[in-house]
Design a protein around this ligand. Sequence first.
Ligand SMILES: [Fe+2]
Length: 456
Amino acid sequence: MTDSLNDFVTNREIQPQDNPVLQGNFAPVGIENSFEQLEVVGTIPEDLQGTLLRAGPNPVDPGPNHHWFLGDGMLHGIQLRNGKAMSYRNRWVRTKALEEKTGLPAAKGGSQLELFTQGSGNVNVVGHGDRVLALPEQGLPYEMDIQLNTKGLYDYEGKLKSNMTAHPKIDGRTGQMLFFGYELLEPLVRYHEASANGDLVKTIDIELPKSIMMHDFGVTETRVVFMDLPVVFNLEVLEQGFGFPFQWSDSHQSRLGIMNRSSDEDNVQWIDVDPCFVFHPLNSYDDGDKIVMDVVRYSKMMAAPGDHDYEKGTNLVRWVIHPNAGTVETTTLSNIDIEFPRVNPRFECYKHRFGYALKQGGAHGFSDLVKFDLVLGTTQTHQVGNHCAGGEPVFVESANAEAEDAGYILSVVYNGDTQLSELHIIDAQNFQSEPLAIVKLNARVPFGFHGNFISE
Ligand SMILES: [Fe+2]
């Protein structure tokens, strides 16, 4: 299929430059595809009914200093029904920024807020309250349909007046969605709660000493945990020609901020923690007065402008936060270099035993999948294949599941031999076995960030 946006990109010939995030499977693709009735090796479980949505950056005009976190958002969707892989589609999020670069119209409707609040939709895509939202690092979400058409900016009927994180937390029992947004100007952080049916019912401004990068946060049954970590806004980085304006600061105190979910005002209790950076918690839960928060921890991050080394060197760490004592106890659970940690969504905000993640490193930048049993302290590895690189492991429960790990891991895998991508469907309880099914997408899906399975 060709449309005018495809023509625009093809004519500009997106060229890999001397930049690691424009090469290999980081390189953007130049076409929007629509394929139906995909080839499947193996058997797709009949209880997988829905669409796996993925989000990532796919810049139409990357410059030599292009940063992986920037770039026009592209969504990918793989629909599974009755044991068949019905379709694969990929679409750019039709943002105002894309309109300015390509001349093709942005989606109309939704918010009338100013341009600076518009996101790229390139970090995550979530379903909540019958809406599908493509989420940026900073900016408003774009509402999408399940076919990946952009409906427009979404601002909760005018109630969301500032940025929305790409990492909202959907309470695994109540269905409420908790999220925040961070800004370069006051208020530096805003916390929000949306009801299970998707109404924005609470907003609290949170004070911070400095504008920082706050990518994600922790939520338990009763509390939220903000991470004030030392990657701070730095105008000089922008002035040096680098697009991502945050940099490590030795002088910024690392802190965790605890607030009750029942609170209606900023009464955050801040507790110092050792310097580090965390993009992603695996999950967080209450343990009496204590909070347990398992996180993928970097000892340092973005030490220099344009530093592309942000994807290396993590530990899976458990923070046990003692609000009464004002202390944080840190224990290393695993030294495997991982990212994109996920749990069974039913256990989001509640005590989990299992976690899943993607190993970093290898010839392509990412490699195999891992499953942590945090009760037994064991780790299993699912090898995605020679010359292959996995993607974020998305857990989908099987029908009538009771056990936490009764379900499937869905991972979009890049096959370096064919230079095409495949959806691997893995039995989470037989994690080290061959996939139950491999769906051939017949296209390359560039390494992106996050996604979710939207059940039908
Ligand atoms: Fe993320």
